[in-house]
Design a protein around this ligand. Structure first.
Ligand code: COA
Ligand code: NAP
Length: 270
């Protein structure tokens, strides 16, 4: 379903683009002809991601950096811009998550997720700003249903992703006048990802997820990538400041059931 997109001659930077959903997004842009840069902590993952992107016969570069370290992110952005040109698309999707109740979560555990997801998103957008094409660039933050729905075991991710949505909206306000659109996607449960391996690690929890999604199934990374391609295309030229659920209807209510079910399974309590 992506035949209508053409990103040849465009440059895309995907922060956290070396595995899972974000790698699927990076690959989708490469498939449509874009030069792609990815960034994450692990040099091994960066190298592997660049190799898969290069298979699309497009320029592909990668950087090993932690989004919690502003200077490292800024350095990678400058290098990517030097090598590939101004960014037409910026995707910010680095994140961390694990299930833990607020009572049992250490202060450092809460901070780790807020630092990666929320402060990391700000670092990525702030460092990218000078390299974004003006007018014309599109920014896409990868949020989550946790941003708007309270879920047990997710105080850190709920707080962080709610912040990501507000950074999205504020930057849409501030950057609209220079011709940059800023949106977010809140994916539902996506199959084969680290996120769902952590949040639904048993067959029982996987069934709970499937049953709680109105469309009755997990999504696939390509379905998130398709929304990214659309958001970055002229077809979305009047869309900014939006947080778009791509979740099979999960955020209509079912999403919170998973975590209630998870708490029962983990604690043995009703
Ligand atoms: N339950 C409770 N606390 C946990 C935890 C868990 N499963 N995993 C880590 N923590 C705590 C640690 O104990 C530590 O707190 P402490 O110092 O008080 O003991 C704190 O979180 C930081 O852990 P650390 O391993 O030092 O952090 P890190 O910066 O190396 O890693 C994480 C960040 C914890 C988010 C790690 O899970 C990660 O790198 N995740 C990326 C992949 C991912 O989560 N993918 C899914 C995306 S949705
Ligand atoms: P994933 O494969 O673990 O992707 C996370 C990516 O971010 C990896 O490339 C990881 O690489 C990188 N990363 C993590 N911490 C980083 C840091 N501190 N600095 C730089 N890079 C970092 O997970 P995923 O499940 O596909 O999730 C991708 C995104 O989708 C996340 O934003 C998540 O919140 C969102 N989401 C996922 C789901 C789902 O069903 N999986 C649902 C809703 C929302 P390194 O380990 O090399 O750093």
């Amino acid at each position: 379903m992506t035949e209508q997109f053409d990103f040849s001659g465009r440059t895309v930077f995907v922060a956290g683009g070396t595995s899972g959903i974000n790698l699927g997004v990076a690959q989708a842009f490469a498939r449509e002809g874009a030069a792609v840069a990815v960034l994450s902590r692990s040099p091994v993952k960066v190298e592997a991601a660049v190799a898969t992107l290069a298979e699309y016969r497009v320029p592909a570069v990668g950087f090993a950096a932690d989004v919690r370290e502003y200077d490292a992110v800024a350095e990678a952005m400058s290098a990517a811009s030097d090598q590939l040109g101004e960014f037409d698309v910026l995707v910010s999707g680095a994140a961390g998550n694990f299930p833990a109740t607020a009572r049992d979560m250490s202060a450092r555990a809460f901070a780790a997720v807020v630092d990666i997801d929320l402060k990391g998103t700000f670092h990525v957008l702030r460092a990218a700003y000078e390299h974004l094409r003006k007018p014309g660039a599109t920014v896409i933050n990868i949020s989550a249903p946790q941003s708007s729905i309270a879920m047990e075991l997710q105080a850190h991710a709920c707080a962080a992703k709610a912040g990501v949505d507000m950074v999205t909206r504020v930057c849409a306000l501030e950057w609209g006048p220079v011709g940059i659109r800023v949106n977010a996607i809140a994916p539902g449960p996506i199959s084969g990802t680290e996120g769902m391996a952590r949040l639904a690690p048993t067959p029982e929890l996987e069934s709970l997820v499937t049953d709680s999604v109105p469309l009755g199934r997990y999504g696939v990374a390509q379905e998130i990538a398709d929304c990214c391609l659309w958001l970055a295309s002229p077809m979305a030229s009047y869309v900014t400041g939006a947080v778009i659920p791509v979740d099979g209807g999960w955020s209509l209510g079912g999403a919170s059931q998973l975590f209630t079910g998870m708490r029962k399974l983990f604690s043995g309590n009703p």
